[in-house]
Ligand binder design. Structure first.
Ligand code: HEM
Length: 460
């Protein structure tokens, strides 16, 4: 990976063209940032025909990249419910200004909400031994964080949360603001679900929100702490269970955020939606339903990159042209499935084919409630569900028509009737019961966003 990771800074409007001072308090239009080495930025600004390059040691953290008309608050001193509501309203107004339409390849609200939420996740996933957490700091020049600058300050579909931050930055720390922004997009995306079906529960983040996170300007130590999807459940264990103090059930609940947004080759090297494009703007339990009610096969060397291996939907309902490309990462599917029947070898798309693990699928009876409630009676994309009465035919529906022989049992990643992933029971529960997921999710979110801080409740 060349070190020149380019981040185009289109923060300022064109009326403030060439606002690009050396201290990097702002990097406006006409200004490009590239990473010389970690934490060392090269700033290129073009004025007329002249190109000037300056080197700065200022960090490419959100603190430096998101402008504030006055002095940025490092720690929020006091905050009311009305303050929380005002921030939420501004973020949701930005979100709602995006088209709500989705095609198999583009869904603006899903992409924008996904980016804002992913930022919060990258922020808190660097917590370890009392250091890091939701302090508002990530290294934007780190390849792991590609794509985050867009919704933060350069503009994704022309919109970034920096526009809202301006109005609160002198009293609310960026660290608190980013958590509220993530809660705002989850709530807005949840509304699509409850408006469509009034029997689904609303989600309330405000009543348990606490403020008081101090913004970190730099965070060198965060490098390398984000879980690598290739490392499967070992990565989930290290980050969520060992460093962040979550149970496996809470880790699985937190991963449900992948119901929003998608992976893009330009950012992470992975490719696809965790669900259909249309579903990806709805904050619901579809992530769990997708894990267990769809068939997934390994896709090695995504776009020719041997370092990037994922799982793609292979069942009778897979329809890339009509629904969009559906995929899962090792770190998603490993929660429920292993490579072997005994559950000792964790799931790995890169070596799955050679290990005779060509398809993850579970028995329909495990998700019969989910299939009826959320999938219009479809399992593996089909209303024809032979189940245990014709196991081979069921496998062919879930894994591909070529797998309809007796010997094809060998292709299953573990026993479909008894998956051995470390969070299988939670995944099954969340697929069948969305409210159970929302309850555990809220607790996990509180822990994840609170780690490392002593926080206070909002004043009413
Ligand atoms: C084991 C843990 C995790 C791994 C390995 C992981 C990995 C990834 C990867 C590779 C992408 C694709 C990024 C892109 O190409 O743009 C992604 C997207 C995303 N991640 Fe995660 N993630 C993890 C946990 C989390 C957590 C805890 C959150 C937030 C609370 C989160 C929120 C998201 C969201 C919302 C997206 C969609 C981004 C978009 O649409 O722009 N992830 N994740």
């Amino acid at each position: 990976m060349p070190l020149a990771l380019m981040i185009s800074c289109l923060l300022a409007s064109f009326s403030t063209l060439a606002v690009c001072d050396d201290s990097l308090e702002t990097c406006g239009a006409g200004c490009t940032l590239s990473a010389g080495s970690r934490g060392l930025l090269q700033i290129e600004k073009t004025m007329g025909n002249q190109k000037e390059t300056t080197t700065s040691t200022t960090w490419a953290s959100p603190y430096y990249m998101m402008t504030c008309p006055g002095t940025q608050a490092m720690t929020t001193q006091s905050m009311t419910e009305a303050d929380y509501d005002n921030i939420t309203a501004e973020i949701q107004a930005l979100y709602n200004s995006l088209p709500s339409t989705c095609t198999p390849t583009e869904c603006p609200q899903a992409d924008w909400a996904g980016c804002v939420l992913r930022m919060a996740g990258h922020d808190f996933m660097d917590y370890k031994d009392g250091q890091g957490g939701a302090d508002g700091c990530v290294d934007l020049t780190d390849a792991d964080n590609l794509g985050l600058a867009e919704c933060l300050f350069t503009g994704e579909f022309g919109i970034s949360i920096a526009d809202a931050y301006q109005h609160f930055c002198q009293s609310v720390s960026l660290a608190d603001f980013l958590v509220i922004a993530a809660e705002a997009v989850m709530s807005a995306s949840r509304q699509h679900v409850t408006l469509e079906d009034s029997s689904r529960s609303t989600i309330d983040f405000k009543s348990s929100f606490k403020f008081g996170r101090t913004t970190a300007k730099t965070c060198e130590w965060a490098h390398g702490r984000l879980p690598n999807p290739e490392n499967s459940c070992s990565a989930v264990q290290e980050t969520f269970v060992e460093s962040m103090g979550l149970t496996w059930g809470q880790a699985a609940a937190l991963m449900g955020v992948h119901t929003l947004g998608r992976a893009q080759i330009a950012n992470s090297g992975y490719n696809g939606w965790w669900s259909s494009a249309l579903m990806s703007r709805k904050f619901n339990n579809d992530y769990y339903v997708s894990i267990l009610a769809k068939g997934w096969g390994p896709e090695v060397a995504v776009a020719g990159n041997a370092q990037k291996n994922q799982w793609k939907r292979v069942d009778a309902g897979a329809n890339e042209t009509g629904l969009g490309k559906e995929m899962m990462l090792n770190t998603d599917l490993c929660l429920a499935f292993t490579m072997d029947d005994a559950g000792t070898v964790e799931l790995d798309a890169a070596t799955a084919a050679s290990a005779e693990c060509k398809c993850t699928w579970g028995v329909p009876v495990a998700v019969s409630t989910a299939t009826t409630k959320y999938e219009e009676g479809r399992f593996c994309g089909s209303t024809n569900i032979p189940g245990s009465s014709n196991f081979r035919q069921q496998r062919a529906i879930c894994c591909g028509e070529e797998f309809d022989g007796r010997s094809d049992a060998a292709i299953d990643c573990g026993l479909p009737i008894d998956p051995k992933g470390p969070a299988y029971e939670s995944i099954k529960k969340f697929a069948n019961n969305e409210d159970a997921w929302l309850r555990v999710f809220k607790a996990a979110w509180r822990t994840a966003t609170g780690n490392g801080f002593s926080l206070r409740r909002l004043r009413s």
